[in-house]
Design a protein around this ligand. Structure first.
Ligand SMILES: Nc1nc2c(ncn2[C@@H]2O[C@H](COP(=O)(O)OP(=O)(O)OP(=O)(O)O)[C@@H](O)[C@H]2O)c(=O)[nH]1
Ligand SMILES: [Mg+2]
Length: 308
């Protein structure tokens, strides 16, 4: 039964058309390798269609790779976001390699995502969507950077500048705080402080682009919910508000559980659809706008059968 479902998912993936990256005028046809892209390899995408570039930040094992994999898996396991169709990817094999380990149909008792390599140069994954209500095409570029790199630059503006030279091309920063660490009293303070210090380092290095939007997301929210500790998000907000006053207009907050351990607590991909739709909204300029958008999304999500 489990093997049949896996085989079907793999068949579905094989049937998805991977775009040809060359133009009609090219004399030779180069097929995309499907591996992660470097920034320069993404230029043909961003030069031709609407493109949103997202950097997912957070410490080691905070759930970055699992989250970005779910942006793709939403369209495999459903229910997919209303009006949004998957319209291709130049990095499909890179998604499949990551997704394979997180599929609930794999034979593991608990899903597990492999550690991300420190190769930052080629770290970008690509997804393309079509909004069926407007016919609009959007591209999502997401960097899969190892948590070790974020931990390494905390407090070191020089290292931050060096490691994140590409920041000026980023539209949205998603900063993950590990819900499992927030649950434990002995790791809670360090998890919040390190996340704040990371943003302070980026500010000190003066590398945050002006129009950047920042989502502070608590990952593994299933762990907090299971322990009835849902109010931690409010405490996180208070700390960020106190210590990062200059970023207030850019910050929004949310809870996510991309791959909960106990599916009786939350469904797979909890909050991921909201996050994806929010990223693809390019008119949200400040946190007030964003909170309005989130409330709207919640009602949309309810309509399509997501258990909240
Ligand atoms: N309980 C729970 N576990 C999760 C969730 N999301 C991810 N995990 C687990 O957290 C572990 C780390 O996830 P990754 O996505 O590899 O974390 P990462 O931030 O990419 O880690 P690095 O690449 O090493 O920096 C994996 O074992 C995941 O299965 C979640 O929503 N709930
Ligand atoms: Mg990773």
């Amino acid at each position: 039964m489990e093997e049949t479902s896996n085989a079907k998912v793999i068949d579905d993936i094989d049937n998805i058309e991977v775009e040809n990256i060359n133009t009609a005028e090219d004399s030779s046809v180069k097929l995309p390798t499907g591996r992660e892209l470097s920034l320069s390899e993404t230029y043909p995408v961003s030069a031709s269609e609407d493109t949103y570039y997202v950097l997912i930040a957070g410490g080691t094992a905070s759930g970055k790779t699992t989250l970005l994999t779910l942006f793709y898996q939403l369209f495999l396991i459903g229910p997919r976001p209303k009006d949004l169709l998957f319209a291709g990817s130049r990095t499909l094999p890179a998604f499949v390699a990551r997704a394979y380990n997180t599929w609930i149909n794999s034979r593991r008792n608990e899903p597990s995502t492999p550690r991300t390599s420190r190769d930052q140069e080629n770290s970008i994954l690509h997804l393309r969507f079509k909004d069926t209500s407007t016919e609009k095409i959007s591209n999502l570029l997401i960097s899969d950077v190892s948590g070790e790199i974020f931990e390494h630059v905390i407090g070191n503006t020089h290292a931050a500048k060096e490691a994140f030279q590409f920041f000026n091309t980023v539209d949205q920063l998603v900063l993950l705080l590990d819900g499992e660490k927030l649950l434990e009293i002995k790791t809670r303070f360090a998890e919040i402080e390190q996340s704040i210090q990371l943003l302070q380092t980026f500010l000190g290095a003066d590398i945050l682009p002006k129009g950047l939007r920042i989502t502070v997301a608590i990952s593994k929210y299933d762990k907090l919910k299971e322990a009835n500790e849902e109010e931690i998000l409010q405490r996180v907000k208070e700390c960020f508000t106190d210590q990062l006053p200059s970023l207030q207009s850019k910050l929004q907050y949310m809870n996510i559980a991309a791959m909960p351990t106990n599916l009786e607590i939350l469904p797979i991909g909890y909050g991921v659809q909201d996050m994806l739709l929010n990223i693809l909204q390019n008119n949200a300029q400040n946190s007030n706008d964003i909170f309005v958008i989130n409330q709207h999304m919640k009602s949309q999500v309810n309509l399509f059968g997501w258990r909240r």
